[in-house]
Design a binder for this molecule. Structure first.
Ligand code: RIB
Ligand code: CA
Length: 314
């Protein structure tokens, strides 16, 4: 019997963030969610922290500790993505306001205190949004870097390019300075870039299987996906939209679903033309030390089978 892996989820819900949180809460034997920290990104912080609590209540987990974190990037102005996620960030289903409490205290302090109180190397950070909270925690308490087991993140892109600009993926673009701090921190990073997430598309048959579970959580999830995918279907002409964030949790549960390699990754923080670009040395031409395991392939059917099976447990 393996001990559930202790995780903190840092997130900006976001329908795809919701899928990741549901996947985690549907897998209690494998992951122990110590807390969920909200960051501004897809929508402003007041909505992302509300949305986290809505998602926890959909999963009948009002006990989860939810914290509000940074309401803006370290230095740049906040860029949001209502054009993708709708004005609430969870457009699609009819949802009610949460009643579970938001924890007092700042998300950054929760991240620091948790990493300092839990045994070194036992807590995994799962980031689904801009890296602002993580960068603030590392700046306030640099000693936490060596205590993180792994940081598994959705962010960046290389062969696939960007999605918010031709060069940059949204989570990195929102706060390139924060990403730069994290990628230089020495924390073991697993990166789920657009190169992976654009291979896990919400095909109609996949969404129908989720809807067929018929639980309140699964039906709400399916309705979120039917809203969320419309933007990318229009943009890419694809069958469904990329289900970005649950790849992070799926990696914890089934790392065998993914393939990638250790690479050096640097972040563009100077040029406005390529601001937020993740420069991945996939072919090892720079001689720079690898600082991330960059995933490039995924078993998409296996991913959706896992997601659907775990949603059915909620
Ligand atoms: O670029 C996709 C990422 O940006 C996802 O995490 C999505 O939720 C948004 O945060
Ligand atoms: Ca997200």
């Amino acid at each position: 019997m393996t001990v559930p892996r202790k995780i903190i989820i840092d997130t900006d819900p976001g329908q795809d963030d919701a899928a990741a949180i549901m996947l985690a809460l549907g897998s209690p034997a494998e992951v122990h969610v110590l807390g969920i920290t909200a960051v501004a990104g897809n929508v402003p912080l007041a909505l992302t922290e509300r949305n986290v609590r809505i998602i926890c209540e959909l999963c009948a987990r009002p006990d989860i500790k939810v914290f509000a974190g940074a309401d803006r990037p370290l230095s740049r102005s906040l860029v949001t993505a209502e054009h993708v996620h709708g004005k609430t960030g969870l457009d699609g289903p009819e949802l009610t306001e949460p009643t579970m409490p938001l924890q007092p205290g700042h998300a950054v302090d929760f991240i620091i205190e948790t990493l300092l109180s839990e045994a070194p190397g036992t807590v995994t950070l799962c980031t689904l949004g801009a890296l602002t909270n993580i960068a603030l925690a590392l700046t306030k308490a640099p000693e936490i870097a060596s205590r993180v087991r792994e940081l598994v993140m959705m962010g960046g892109g290389f062969f696939e390019g960007g999605n918010i600009t031709p060069a940059a993926e949204f989570n990195i673009y929102v706060d390139p300075q924060a990403a730069d701090i994290v990628f230089k921190s020495g924390i073991p990073i697993v990166m789920m870039p657009l190169d992976v997430t654009h291979r896990v598309l919400t095909h109609k048959a996949r969404v129908e299987k989720i809807k067929a579970i018929r639980s309140p959580a699964a039906v709400a999830m399916a309705e979120m996906l039917e809203f969320f995918e419309r933007f990318d279907i229009e943009k890419y002409g694809s069958d469904g939209g990329p289900l970005h964030d649950p790849t992070v949790i799926a990696y914890l549960l089934r790392p065998d679903l993914f393939k990638g390699r250790d690479c050096n990754v640097e972040i563009e923080t100077k040029s406005e033309l390529t601001m937020g670009m993740t420069v991945v040395d996939w072919w090892r031409v720079t001689g720079r030390n690898p600082n991330a395991r960059v995933m490039r392939e995924v078993d998409a059917d296996g991913f959706f089978e896992l997601l659907t099976e775990r949603l059915a447990r909620l």
